[in-house]
Write a protein that binds this ligand. Structure first.
Ligand code: GLA
Length: 392
């Protein structure tokens, strides 16, 4: 049976209790920010493409209060004691590593001219970590929203998302695009967030459809995103654009890629083919969703996965197994479409299916994944949910 996620209310209560138990402080500000799943539009947010994610009903919650000092003290539900760092000067990178997401966001606020004073905080998460569901963007957006509460300011959703993306670049050293932070910041209940990554404009696309379910299957494997694979893919796309001689991927056609095939060389030519194909697929998928023509999505999702696997080479055996199993269940078994989601190299797949058959499909995915890999996938359903916001 698919399990419902813990409610935001219960996470909030637990975070307040954690703050009290670990730091003996009473929460006066609580912020929550969700992870995301991407339906289609992968590895093109840094190529002026379109992406179609939504905020999932899994959150990182930060409960805290000013502590009258110049230090930030943080405890988390994962244990490991209390991490602490000074905020009286411009905050730099430090240990433990996970604090860099907070440090980077605090530095962003300092760069805007805000003076941050010390606070105590407790962090709790229902976003699976290392699963390609943007737990890092959730932590950044939750931190930014918490700081807005601490300072009594609102910096604007777009500015907040961009500040969080910069924190990821500068403090976590992942040269990511804007998708994750925009999805976490702009996420809205019952809506997909269609992002034009050239203009950084999000557009909300209604998605209610109780007869449709989005299944997320976490492979439980993680083959490192920050150790070069992601940055290298990004560099390939930048090299390709230079060779093709266009200002933006938005102006590149498949004919341009074919005409430069030899000059681009392998694998850069295949990277370019992915980018151009995926931009078109995402535009078509968004139009199909707006028209509630879901049958069009299946082939687009399948082509997206194939391109990420063969041309962009960011899939892995475990993701391919889950997608293959979903595709073999097929339309007659209730599956509309399936593909890997997020940065890849492990992480999760997304399967769009009929709600009435979702439990059966999840069971089959779990059983066959285990039989083929010996691993136990974490499978859950998710609906588009609220983005980063203050709970208290
Ligand atoms: C990671 C990055 C995003 C995006 C995806 C791939 O999640 O953080 O910016 O590039 O990979 O679509």
């Amino acid at each position: 049976m698919l399990q419902a996620p813990p409610s935001l209310e219960s996470l909030t209560e637990k975070a307040a209790a954690g703050l009290l138990g670990n730091l003996h402080a009473k929460a006066s500000i609580t912020a929550a920010a969700p992870g995301r799943v991407n339906l289609i539009g992968e590895h093109i947010d840094y190529c002026d493409g379109f992406v179609l994610p939504f905020a999932i009903d899994r959150y990182i919650v930060i409960a805290g209060t000013p502590n009258g000092s110049s230090s930030v003290r943080i405890a988390t539900a994962l244990g490991g004691g209390i991490a602490s760092f000074d905020v009286s000067q411009a905050v730099e990178e430090g240990e433990p590593k996970w604090t860099n997401y907070l440090r980077g966001v605090i530095r962003g606020f300092q760069n805007l001219g805000h003076k941050i004073s010390g606070f105590d905080a407790y962090i709790l998460s229902s976003v699976p970590g290392g699963a390609g569901l943007s737990s890092s963007a959730a932590l950044e957006c939750a931190t930014a929203t918490f700081l807005e509460g601490l300072l009594g300011v609102e910096i604007g959703t777009r500015e907040k998302a961009l500040l969080c993306q910069k924190a990821e670049h500068d403090f976590a050293h992942v040269p990511c695009g804007i998708m994750d932070q925009f999805a976490s910041a702009f996420g809205t209940k019952d809506h997909l967030v269609l992002i034009d990554c050239m203009t950084a404009e999000p557009q909300l696309v209604p998605f209610t459809h109780p007869d449709l379910t989005v299944l997320i299957s976490n492979t439980m494997v993680h083959h490192e995103l920050s150790d070069g694979g992601y940055a290298l893919r990004r560099k390939h796309t930048e090299d390709a654009l230079k060779i093709i001689g266009k200002r933006s991927w938005r102006d590149v056609t498949m004919a341009d890629v074919e005409n430069h095939w030899e000059k681009l060389g392998d694998p850069v030519n295949r990277r370019a083919r992915h980018v151009v194909g995926e931009i078109t697929r995402t535009i078509e998928a968004a139009a199909a969703l707006k028209a509630a023509d879901f049958e069009k999505l299946g082939p687009l999702m399948a082509a997206s996965h194939q391109s990420l696997r063969d041309d962009f080479e960011v899939s892995c055996k475990e993701l391919d197994v889950l997608v293959d199993v979903a595709q073999s269940i097929g339309r007659s078994g209730g599956v509309i479409g399936a593909r890997m989601t997020g940065g890849g190299f492990g992480g999760s797949t997304v399967t769009l299916c009929e709600s009435a058959k979702a439990n059966d499909i999840a069971s089959k995915l779990a059983a066959e994944y285990h039989a083929k890999t010996g691993l136990t996938a974490e499978i859950f359903a998710s609906r588009p949910s609220a983005g980063a916001h203050r709970v208290l």
